[in-house]
Design a binder for this molecule. Structure first.
Ligand code: NAP
Length: 280
């Protein structure tokens, strides 16, 4: 059994990005990422800080816009439109969730398609669905990157994705399909989840439910990608998979923490560098 070290793979990718950023700087091209946070959700604050730290590490300048919770949708969209036209800004990300009085879809779709580094806009999602890739959503792109990095064969394999959200389940299913996997998508209304997972060569779980995937649900030698971020009974961060009992049955497994999470941020940096390279 191999534990896929997402922390290490992400660090390696950040080093490559740092070199690219330095080469661009030699040509006097500077990369900037605008990060918008609305309100004072503590988890969002941690995510934003982590993203800013990762930007600094590779030499991307980050511009933080911390807006009060009572910011209106119009004010937020006005800011995005200003940033869309700001040459110093290559990527724009709005940390989700936004407060309830703001329509997150309207906000995300206000971001210029070329600066939508989270890849969540209808435009970039539509491109993904038609195989004409624009900017890819970070967690799904990070998962494919990891699998390829480990030399795991995807083509011809049966991949069972658990979860169908717009940010993970659906886009990762489309990417796996494009990699020529046979894809089954399960969700909360799927009867007998175990029936499906037992047939999987690759399981990608993106649910948010600790110990959802247990050893009896996994075929021997399967590859397990655990996207979930949950707290266990002791308040410790854990994934969707019962790691201790599932790991001995697998050929490869991603841990939580240190698996998919670090890849998500690395892919955000990757998208930001990509937008800058395309612009120049
Ligand atoms: P989400 O929007 O809440 O979607 C969860 C999905 O799981 C839904 O499609 C839901 O089905 C399905 N589901 C719920 N209970 C189920 C069950 N018992 N059996 C099968 N499917 C079930 O969540 P998300 O945003 O995709 O995130 C999923 C998890 O990944 C969370 O823990 C989140 O924190 C984590 N995450 C991690 C990263 C990272 O970088 N590591 C990034 C993003 C998300 P329905 O559609 O039928 O409701």
């Amino acid at each position: 059994m191999n534990i896929i070290n997402g922390k290490e793979i992400a660090a390696e990718l950040r080093m490559q990005l740092k070199e690219k950023v330095e080469k661009l700087k030699e040509k006097n091209i500077h990369i900037g990422l605008a990060v918008i946070i609305v309100g004072d959700n503590p988890a969002s604050r941690i995510y934003v800080n982590n993203k800013k730290k990762a930007c600094a590490e590779v030499g991307i300048e980050s511009f933080e816009y911390a807006l009060p919770a009572e910011t209106t949708q119009e004010e937020l969209i006005n800011l995005i439109e200003k940033l869309n036209n700001d040459k110093k800004v290559n990527g724009i990300l709005v940390q989700l969730p936004v407060p309830k009085h703001i329509d997150d879809k309207a906000v995300i779709n206000a971001i210029s398609v070329k600066k939508d580094v989270d890849g969540f806009s209808h435009n970039n999602m539509g491109k993904l669905a038609t195989g004409d890739y624009g900017l890819l959503p970070c967690t799904p792109a990070g998962i494919i990157y990891m699998l390829k990095h480990e030399g795991i064969q995807i083509a011809g394999k049966h991949c069972v994705v658990i979860g169908r959200s717009n940010i993970v389940g659906k886009p990762v299913s489309l990417l796996m399909l494009d990699e020529n996997a046979t894809v089954t998508i399960c969700h909360s209304k799927t009867p007998n989840l175990k029936y499906h997972t037992l047939q999987a060569d690759i399981i990608i779980s993106a649910v948010g439910h600790a110990k959802l995937v247990t050893a009896d649900m996994v075929k021997k030698g399967a590859v397990i990608v655990d996207v979930g971020m949950n707290k266990d009974e002791n308040g410790k961060l854990c994934g969707d998979v019962d790691f201790e009992n599932v790991a001995p049955k697998c050929s490869y497994i991603t841990p939580v923490p240190g698996g998919v999470g670090p890849m998500t941020i690395a892919m955000l940096l990757n998208n930001t560098v990509k937008t800058c390279e395309q612009e120049n």
